[in-house]
Design a protein around this ligand. Structure first.
Ligand code: 6R9
Length: 651
């Protein structure tokens, strides 16, 4: 936990606190502090109450069946996620309300009302059926942030197919791994995506990825058109717009799904080289995400919710698609980069659509800080009333900057801790109740029994740190790892019996507030993206000149963490700046740009213990320029001296 202790000093000196304003508290959906106690005493009752906000085709018989570590929520209940996200709103006063306001990077935009969205989802659902997709089939989705992305997810949900979204920044190889693991035979992609005016070659990656898989149909959305050099493979590839034109325009009936039927898979990095397919089911997930819209985000009928995440990550699944839409909200979805064409793009979007809630990542806030407040000052941000952050710990300075320059001192900030595995926000303020402290995600939301414990699993006293754990099941929890239930049990429930271990370290302050300090496993959080050290190491070792590699995350001013790779080359290979560039590029090709090492340090040997374990802690100390800790277990202490000199050299 050396990582954890490093950050503690700064955090422990954080004294500022911000109680909710009277006006905000008065109008908040959740403003009775008694809700925590009630939910803790009777979690099933609390969740049953929340489940009333979801439309069930058939009511459930039982709230929870818990056979640790396997949970079944809303047992026997039948429902459909797309019906809840779209169709039920088409029947009432929200019919002509904006569901999705989409803005393309080049400046094009489009508004879908619930009725319009519903028609598109129906057509896409028919299209998938026409292509032979059936209930339970996995559909892999590799799309840019265009409306066809949420439409595809909802169309899958409508017919009971399981979507598996792969972030557009992932390489062909990563896409292929996920197609193979999910065993899917249909891929939805595009002829490219826009990013800072350039074209992301999604189709070329897709072509490479589907080789050697069972994929029989590739549906291609034309986003780029003429400028794209994507090619179509006869018999396998079809255009989205052509297939949609063939689909009937009649409503597509919503498949009646069991509460525990799988809604989606989403892959996330772990401590081994192989990503885990996190399994989310239908009933519990929808209840969880819908609840957090009303509690943590205080969602109101007239809100315009702008979440800057990509739907390729869980934040987009939950807070662009299923959360806002099941709640009948208007959500803003932006295709591109925050600095295209100028560094004020987010603020221009907030102003243009009068966004009321903004949800973004600490790494973005730190980038905006670096650019300076003048970009936000160019725009009228008066519409904003609530701000949120997610993805990594937010440092108090970034929190204060967000508070002052974006929230103008009047918007509460909800720092939301959660994971792909948890489905929705778990530790976060309720903005009408909780006094916030910059840098703290505050406390578990009602219905979530989280704690910080020591090695033995005992709750730590205020003023101490330990492992973050969740002691009771919750509706939107992962159900298993796709195809590997043992890994699910080992990874998440292996440490403490029946208790969920997220893999984060945390500190409890005198008020029992939680301060999340970051990963305690071999996962690096680069700009809010989880990257496994093993995945990067395998990619580096795969380069023909490399013998061995050790990868660590070091602290980075903007990205939170950056990847440093220590590399030994094969006999007879000369190290050179070209080789550095080659290895970095190799990682990009194997995994994706977000995994590109910040620096490569060549070394004759890696520091290892006498039992041949790489001493990553030492490497991290070297990379962060700290005085080295205990090196007595090191097999060859001279390795460290030479590494230290090397590192000083690269800076
Ligand atoms: C939603 C999401 C999960 C990991 C998680 C933790 C880090 C996320 C955080 C946070 C401190 C927050 N994390 N939110 N750390 N404060 N508010 O990001 O999911 O991509 O699965 O990442 O991100 O380390 O374990 P995911």
């Amino acid at each position: 936990m050396s990582e954890v202790n490093n950050q503690l000093d700064t955090l422990l000196h954080e004294q500022r606190s911000f109680p909710p304003s009277e006006a905000f508290a008065k109008q908040a959906n959740f403003n009775d502090p008694g809700v925590y106690e009630r939910a803790l005493k009777d979690p099933d009752g609390y969740w049953a109450e929340q489940a009333e906000n979801i439309t069930w085709f058939k009511p459930y018989d039982k709230v929870l069946e818990w056979n640790p570590p396997h949970a079944k929520w809303f047992v026997g209940g039948k429902l459909n996620a797309a019906y809840n996200a779209v169709d039920r709103h088409r029947q009432g006063p929200r019919k002509n309300k904006a569901a999705i306001i989409w803005e393309g990077e080049p400046g094009d935009d489009k508004v879908y009302t619930y009725e319009m969205l519903g028609r598109e989802v129906d057509k896409a659902a028919h299209m998938l059926k026409n292509l032979g997709v059936k209930k339970g089939d996995r559909v892999t989705v590799y799309l840019p942030m265009i409306p066809e992305l949420p439409i595809t997810l909802l169309a899958c949900a409508k017919i009971g197919a399981i979507h598996s979204v792969v972030f557009g920044g992932f390489s062909a190889k990563s896409l292929q791994d996920r197609i193979l693991d999910g065993d899917s035979d249909v891929l939805i992609t595009a002829d490219g995506g826009w990013r800072r005016g350039g074209i992301v070659p999604l189709k070329a990656n897709a072509d490479e990825a589907v080789e050697g898989t069972k994929v029989r149909k590739v549906v291609v959305v034309q986003r780029i058109g003429e400028k794209s050099n994507a090619t179509m493979v006869e018999g396998r590839d079809v255009y989205w717009h052509e297939e949609m034109a063939k689909a009937p325009t009649t409503p597509c009936p919503a498949e009646e799904m069991d509460a525990e039927d799988i809604l989606y898979l989403l892959y996330t990095s772990g401590t081994t080289g192989k990503p885990k397919g996190i399994v989310h089911t239908t009933g519990g997930y929808l209840v969880g995400v819908n609840t957090s819209m009303r509690s943590v985000f205080d969602l109101k009928e007239e809100d315009i919710f702008f979440c800057t995440a990509d739907i390729g990550w869980v934040t987009g699944h939950t807070y662009i698609v299923y959360g806002p839409l099941t709640a009948g909200a208007t959500v803003v979805m932006y295709e591109g980069a925050p600095d295209f064409p100028e560094r004020d793009r987010f603020w221009a979007i907030v102003e243009k659509y009068s966004a009321t809630i903004l949800y973004t990542a600490p790494t973005s806030i730190r980038t905006f800080m670096k650019w300076g407040p003048q970009y936000a000052e160019k725009h009228n941000l008066d519409s904003l009333r609530l701000l949120g952050t997610v993805g990594e710990p937010i440092n108090p300075e970034a929190w204060m900057w967000y508070h002052e320059h974006i929230g103008k001192g009047r918007c509460p900030i909800v720092d939301t801790w959660w994971q792909t595995e948890t489905g929705c926000a778990m530790i976060a303020p309720l903005p009408g109740i909780t006094t916030t402290k910059p840098g703290s995600a505050t406390r578990p939301v009602p219905g979530i029994d989280a704690d910080i414990v020591d090695e033995q699993g005992n709750s730590v006293e205020p003023g101490h740190g330990g492992y973050l754990v969740v002691k009771k099941p919750w509706p939107s929890m992962l159900r298993t790892v796709w195809g590997d239930d043992d890994r699910f049990k080992r990874t998440y429930f292996g440490q403490f019996e029946g208790i969920y271990l997220p893999g984060d370290g945390a500190h409890k302050d005198e008020d029992s507030y939680f301060w999340i300090l970051g990963r305690i496993d071999d996962v690096i959080n680069v700009s809010g993206h989880r990257i496994g050290t093993m995945e990067v190491e395998s990619a580096i070792v795969d380069h023909k000149s490399v013998a061995e590699a050790a990868v660590i995350g070091r602290s980075h001013e903007v990205k939170g963490q950056a990847i440093t790779a220590f590399v030994t080359v094969k006999e007879g290979i000369e190290t050179s700046p070209e080789l550095v560039a080659q290895i970095k590029q190799h990682v990009v090709e194997k995994i994706g740009a977000m995994a590109r090492p910040e620096e490569i340090i060549f070394t004759a040997e890696l520091p290892k213990t006498r039992s041949a374990k790489i001493m990553r802690r030492l490497l991290r100390d070297i990379a962060e320029g700290r005085v080295l800790g205990d090196t007595t277990t090191l097999a060859d202490p001279s390795v460290v001296e030479s590494l230290k000199n090397q590192y000083a050299h690269t800076e």
